[in-house]
Design a protein around this ligand. Structure first.
Ligand SMILES: [Zn+2]
Length: 185
């Protein structure tokens, strides 16, 4: 094997291992590295001690718009954009770095992980193909993942507009109205 191709083989293998450790699915590995499927399968088994899960990658944008996934997706995409804008990383390296920072943030704040690496990778692809974008919350000013076709006037993010049971919402609204009218609730 020529020296140059050996070097790229080593690099590709390192990248594949990093991706597998982060939790990437086989489809992600196949699209981000030039290694053969057989080689990737072997690497996957070596790193994780089991075969990769079968099945298609999550394809729909809907998941990213549901409440809790949206909060996590927005956190991730903000980290990713920051890195791309200010760091010297790009492409898959940016996704990997952003994902590690996302995981660190969760660990520090004792929050359960919602966004898998493969979901994060898919999210970036959706942004690249303009199937998703962010808009600013009119209350907190944060940037949140939205569908480009929806209207975003006076957009309220999932944190400023928490879903709750109907009864709770009614009570909260009554309390708020009472407060606004200067009446003790
Ligand atoms: Zn908000």
């Amino acid at each position: 094997m020529a020296r140059k191709s050996l070097l790229s083989e080593v690099k590709e293998t390192q990248l594949a291992i990093e991706l597998i450790e982060a939790g990437a699915r086989l489809q992600v590995l196949e699209s981000e590295t030039a290694l053969s499927r057989e080689r990737l399968l072997k690497l996957y088994k070596e790193v994780r001690g089991e075969s990769p899960p079968k099945g298609m990658l999550p394809f729909s944008t809907d998941w990213f718009l549901t409440w809790l996934p949206n909060v996590h997706s927005s956190l991730f995409i903000n980290i990713y954009r920051y890195l791309i804008k200010n760091g010297n990383c790009e492409g898959i390296e940016g996704v990997l770095k952003a994902y590690k920072l996302y995981q660190e943030y969760l660990k520090t704040n004792e929050i359960e992980e919602v966004l898998s690496f493969t979901r994060a990778w898919t999210l970036v692809r959706f942004f690249d193909s303009k199937m998703l974008e962010t808009t600013q919350c009119s209350k907190c000013g944060g940037h949140f993942v939205v569908h480009p076709d929806d209207l975003h006037d006076d957009y309220l993010c999932g944190l400023c507009h928490m879903p709750s049971r109907a009864g709770k919402t009614k009570k909260a609204r009554e309390a708020l109205e009472a407060e606004q009218h200067g009446v003790a609730a």
